[in-house]
Design a binder for this molecule. Structure first.
Ligand code: GUN
Length: 290
């Protein structure tokens, strides 16, 4: 079995993106991302810090706005509206989860479409579903890019995805259908999960359950993509797939860590640059029509 090294692939992508950032800067556009973090969830804190660090690595400026967990929805939406109107900020994301008193849907939908680097806004999701979007969901786009750069063909393949979340399973299914795969999406109520998975040329687990994917679920020679991030009692980070099972059965597999995780951040950077390019085009139009 060969290992798909997500960290290495993400590094290659980031070095290409750094060149795009330089080009944008030469045009007078400094790509900038704002991250809103409400409250002090420790996992979210780690995520937003790694997003900011990745931005810095390739020359994108980033700003983390840390807000009280007691902030009122109206105040949060007013802040988002102000950032929406700030031409110097190209990407905006609200780190989830939000405290219970805030309506995540309403908050997320208030981000301007052209700054929605998470691809959470309904219209961006709709465009992505029909293969028309420029900005794509980060983790699904990362999975597709990993497959592409590892030389795995997608058209005509039987793909099984375990998990139907808004951030991974559903958008990933749409993207793979658009790339002409035959996609089965499994979830907690799926019957005969093992048998379904064992049919997959490409098996993708995004269930968030350590030890879920065992040997009998992997077709010999299959490609296995592990999107799960789980912490064991001992504090170790593991995926959903039993690694020794993948080693015995798969032809290619992503490890956890250093698999899909680094790709999610690379795709966020890519989306921020796409958003900055959209802004650069607008600026150009204004200058031309002046
Ligand atoms: N929380 C966990 N993953 C994500 C993500 O990709 N985007 C945002 N905004 N919040 C998250």
């Amino acid at each position: 079995m060969e290992i798909i090294n997500g960290k290495k692939i993400a590094k290659e992508i980031k070095s290409d993106l750094a060149k795009e950032v330089e080009q944008l800067k030469r045009l007078g556009v400094n790509p900038a991302l704002t991250v809103i973090l409400v409250g002090n969830d420790s996992a979210s804190e780690i995520y937003v810090r790694s997003k900011a660090k990745a931005c810095a690595e390739i020359g994108i400026s980033s700003n983390i706005l840390r807000l009280s967990k007691k902030i009122e929805q109206k105040e949060l939406i007013n802040l988002i509206s102000r950032i929406n109107q700030d031409a110097k900020i190209h990407g905006l994301l609200v780190q989830l989860p939000l405290p219970d008193h805030l309506d995540e849907d309403v908050v997320v939908q208030s981000v301007a479409l052209e700054k929605d680097v998470d691809c959470f806004c309904a219209e961006n999701v709709g465009r992505m579903f029909f293969g028309k979007g420029e900005i794509l969901s980060c983790t699904p786009a990362g999975v597709v890019e990993l497959l592409r750069r590892s030389g795995v063909g997608i058209a005509g393949k039987d793909v099984v995805i375990i998990g139907r979340s808004r951030v991974v399973g559903r958008p990933l299914a749409a993207m793979l259908i658009n790339l002409n795969a035959t996609v089965t999406v499994c979830h907690k109520q799926t019957k005969n999960l093992s048998e379904k998975c064992a049919q997959a040329d490409i098996l993708i687990s995004a269930a968030g359950q350590a030890g879920l994917v065992i040997e009998e679920m992997i077709k010999p020679g299959a490609v296995v993509i592990d999107v799960g991030i789980n912490r064991t009692k001992e504090g170790k980070v593991v995926g959903d797939v039993v690694w020794s099972a993948a080693e015995r059965r798969a032809s290619l597999a992503t490890p956890v860590p250093r698999g899909v995780g680094p790709m999610t951040i690379a795709m966020l950077l890519k989306n921020t640059i796409i958003a900055a390019n959209i802004a650069a085009k607008k600026l150009n139009k204004k200058q031309v029509t002046k």
